[in-house]
Design a protein around this ligand. Structure first.
Ligand SMILES: Cc1ncc(COP(=O)(O)O)c(C=O)c1O
Length: 396
């Protein structure tokens, strides 16, 4: 697409994401599609993929499943969360954070976020605990991991389960510990646009808890234990993993660090160019616990900046235009269980956040064009500084 400035649009997510691996994808499709065993789900490729992730993370187990959303469901169900329970979740973030809790008959209790990291605030989360709280579920957001040391301490102090929504943070490490490995379990999402996305839907539960892994494995396949079919120990669901995708992800796994490194370099360049601009707050620059799924800044005139970027050929995303308790889907539960509650930082984030492309297929010229376009807008709209007061001339 060409813009008013005559430039081609820089897409938010690249259409050629799998360009380098297309031949492999076609080969795997043919090989698995024509193999004598005709095994398309939960076979040897899935087992190898799970094992590769498990080894990389130092996890006890990894359970590949049909999506990140489904992985959250498997974890919460595996922990026995259900009616009468409360789970503290961030008031700003993706819908599955609240929906996964509600689907199990439990209540999501919304806590406000930290205004800088946009992730769940540990102090506000603690304030929302009640006698019914069973778990706390922070989520890593955009490019920043939540304050997991604080949440691990909070969960230990109050005897709570800690579920880490690390769907966007595969490959991030905080204080030497990988995203996903901080609590009872973490989850990953492999949907196309994620940092380790694939051409389809998929996710994983990662855990150090063998009993939770055993239950998640059963639940992902209708409560069967993998030894005997059509014998159901629990009420499960269909959250199985695809063999062609497993083989493809195994092929792509060794290239993940280089792709993440390219994203990190682009993000560092943005932060360098965008720090100190009037009306713009880049994400915190600390490199620990970063994942660079997308690069999200806060802009005082977000919609005008977004229009300006679009006119200059830069596609952007506004991820969550409303705080979760303000969404029609979740407002009733928030009103019923948290009457009069306020989430000022979540609402401010919903109004101001804007995400820039940060994917590994951007070239240096595109990265600089994006940074320069944000700078141009911010500097043109810089509030004029008040003129210095004119000193009255002193008479001699
Ligand atoms: C933080 C977070 N959690 C969970 C999910 C759900 O993952 P999936 O789309 O694979 O269901 C997403 C997806 O966007 C996400 O961003």
């Amino acid at each position: 697409m060409t813009t008013t400035t005559g430039r081609d649009t820089i897409p938010f997510f690249p259409p050629d994401l799998f360009h380098d691996d297309r031949e492999t994808l076609l080969r795997l499709l043919y090989e698995i599609g024509t193999a004598p065993e005709q095994k398309f789900i939960l076979g040897a490729h899935t087992a190898r993929f799970e094992e590769a992730l498990r080894e990389q993370l130092g996890a006890t187990d990894v359970v590949a499943c049909s999506s990140g959303t489904s992985a959250l469901h498997l974890v919460l169900a595996g922990l026995g969360i259900g009616p009468g329970d409360e789970v503290v979740v961030p008031a700003f973030g993706c819908a599955p954070l609240a929906a996964a809790v509600l689907h199990l008959g439990a209540v999501p209790v919304f806590a406000d976020i930290d205004p800088r990291t946009l992730t769940l605030g540990p102090a506000d989360a603690e304030r929302r605990l009640t006698a019914r709280t069973r778990a706390v579920m922070p989520a890593h957001m955009f490019s920043v991991m939540a304050d997991m040391p604080a949440f691990a301490a909070l969960a230990a102090a109050h005897g709570l389960r800690l579920v880490e929504d690390s769907a966007v943070a595969q490959g991030a490490v905080l204080a030497g510990r990988p995203a996903g490995m901080w609590g009872d379990a973490g989850v990953y999402s492999f949907v196309q646009v994620k940092s380790f996305g694939m051409p389809g839907e998929g996710g994983a539960v990662v855990t150090r808890n063998p009993e939770l892994a055993r239950r998640a494995r059963m639940l992902r396949n209708h409560g069967q234990d993998g030894r005997r079919r059509f014998v159901h120990h629990e009420i499960g669901l269909n959250s199985r993993f695809d063999e062609i995708q497993a083989a493809f992800q195994l092929h792509r796994l060794p290239g993940l660090p280089a792709r993440l490194e390219r994203r990190a370099r682009i993000a560092a360049h943005y932060t360098e160019r965008l720090t100190g601009l009037p009306g713009i707050t880049p994400p915190p620059a600390d490199p620990d616990g970063r994942c660079h799924y997308v690069y999200t800044l806060l802009a005082e005139d977000r919609d005008a900046l977004r229009d300006h970027l679009a006119r200059h050929g830069v596609a952007t995303h506004v991820y969550y235009p409303k705080a979760l308790p303000d969404q029609a889907a979740f407002a009733p539960v928030a009103a019923a269980h948290q009457p009069g509650a306020a989430w000022p930082h979540a609402r401010r984030a919903a109004d101001l956040q804007l995400s820039l492309p940060v994917h590994h297929r951007l070239d240096d010229a595109q990265v600089e064009h994006i940074a320069e376009t944000v700078r141009g807008h911010a500097l043109r709209h810089r509030p004029t500084p008040p003129s210095p007061p004119v000193r009255p001339e002193r008479s001699a």
